[in-house]
Design a protein around this ligand. Structure first.
Ligand code: PNS
Length: 157
């Protein structure tokens, strides 16, 4: 059985994230979606909230499970018996950064990464921009799953 990992900040999850996770779940037998907990960052949503938002945004699929990790991604990959990391690519600048991380992860612990292109509809969407637009009163309803749109409104009200 091949297990894939979809890691990310997911602060908050966007339609682009959901698209990549759903397509990964259709390709691999088991998928772990892991939210990074970075003590030096101050996220809008706690890791528990981010996992709840991911669960609420994706169909209840038996081969998808959720987790939180801290520290190095490669240690989480090895600890959880994961075979491959899957990353969505939106732009060529994503590729430049992701390639560096993939090569580092392969070098330090032999962890392989597979890239899949983000659907064009979501190639401009990032959690950072979603947070900024929402904070400044713009609508992100078309860019994030409905549970995330509701959580943003509640958080910012
Ligand atoms: O959603 P993001 O912010 O693009 O996710 C990036 C993430 C969490 C996958 C990346 O920052 C990561 O792997 N962080 C864990 C720390 C780590 O392993 N750093 C070395 C990378 S080579």
């Amino acid at each position: 059985m091949t297990t894939a990992l979809c890691p990310g900040s997911y602060d908050p999850p966007t339609n682009g994230h959901v698209d990549v996770i759903a397509r990964t779940a259709a390709m691999f037998e088991r998928v772990v979606v892991s939210v990074v907990e970075n003590p030096s960052k101050n996220p809008m949503f706690t890791s528990t909230e981010r996992i709840e938002l991911l669960r609420a945004s994706l169909p209840d699929t038996p081969n998808v499970e959720y987790d939180v990790f801290t520290g190095l991604l490669v240690d989480h990959v090895v600890d959880r018996g994961i075979d491959v990391v899957v990353k969505g690519l939106r732009t060529s600048s994503d590729f430049d950064y992701e390639l560096q991380m993939a090569q580092m992860n392969a070098t330090i612990r032999g962890v392989e990464t597979v890239f899949i292109p983000t659907s064009p509809a979501w190639s401009f969407v990032s959690s950072t921009l979603v947070r900024e637009v929402a904070r400044l009163g713009g609508s992100v309803d078309e860019l994030v799953p409905a549970p995330v749109a509701a959580a943003l409104k509640e958080k910012l009200s």
